[in-house]
Design a protein around this ligand. Structure first.
Ligand code: ADP
Ligand code: MG
Length: 247
């Protein structure tokens, strides 16, 4: 479904992504790990069009998407959430997701029906699938940090992605919230046939749920493989030896 080939990205003299390679098959649950500053967020920004690669190719469903604007990449089926929470804090939980559903359906300018009555069932379905239906009427900014992160996933689902990219979906969460979020991600992958690419700093979680793990170090891909392969890999062990194991 997604192929990233030898992608590079520099900011001035500094090269943040230096030969990243990644393969994501349809229905896969793939994790990207690597120390802080390894280039994971930059890689995600390159895939979703927030940044343009200097070199390399990004192919989604057989078509090159490098350099396309974010809305076009989103329209083609890649949804994402951000490392830093990105919601409309003054809207309700329901409205946050409804806006995403409507923009996906291109109904936001339907003049014959009050906007609040549109896409209600679909919005509720999404809220139910992430466990936020009982908080639908709450103001988004008043939710706990953990629930705001989940809301972000719900907003991304509103765009009906085939590939969902989650940048540190459990950042700042308690161990309990982290476990619940990981269960949710696993469940979304299995029950909704979603393909999911995420990065995450909790190694236990990554090795527990990911089917494939790509390791980044200094902007480069060290390896991508099954969890057992990655765990056994010498270069990975060296990159992490004595260092902070972080995503
Ligand atoms: P990660 O998500 O793995 O922690 P990032 O992709 O956020 O890493 O960052 C990789 C490196 O690129 C870091 O050293 C960061 O400071 C740098 N970087 C990221 N974005 C920019 C930018 N817009 N301008 C300059 N440097 C950047
Ligand atoms: Mg990051």
């Amino acid at each position: 479904m997604l192929q990233v080939e030898a992608v590079h990205k520099s900011f001035g003299d500094f090269t943040a992504v230096y030969g990243a390679n990644l393969t994501v098959g349809k229905g896969d649950l793939v994790a990207v790990i690597g120390p802080n500053g390894a280039g994971k967020t930059t890689l995600f920004n390159l895939i979703t069009g927030q940044l343009k690669p200097d070199k390399g190719r990004i192919v989604f469903k057989g078509e090159e998407i490098n350099g396309l604007p974010p809305y076009e990449i989103c329209r083609r089926g890649i949804g994402r959430s951000f490392q830093i929470v990105n919601i409309f804090p003054r809207l309700t939980v329901f409205e946050n997701v409804q806006v995403a559903v409507l923009s996906q359906q291109r109904q936001s300018s339907n003049i014959f029906s009050p906007a609040r009555n549109l896409a209600v069932a679909e919005t509720n379905d999404i809220l139910e699938s992430v466990g936020l239906l009982d908080k639908a009427g709450n103001i988004a900014g008043s939710l706990s940090h953990g629930d705001q992160k989940i809301l972000e996933i719900a907003i991304a689902l509103g765009n009906k992605p085939e590939l969902l990219i989650l940048d540190e979906p459990t950042a700042g969460m308690s161990p309990e919230e982290t476990a619940a979020t990981m269960r949710l991600i696993k469940q979304l992958a299995s029950t909704q046939g979603l393909t999911i690419l995420f990065c995450e700093h909790d190694m236990d979680v990554v090795f527990d749920i990911a089917q494939s793990i790509m390791v980044m170090h200094h902007g480069q891909t060290l390896i991508q493989g099954k969890p057992e392969e990655v765990r056994r890999n010498k270069e990975v062990q060296e990159a992490y030896l004595g260092g902070e194991v972080d995503a």
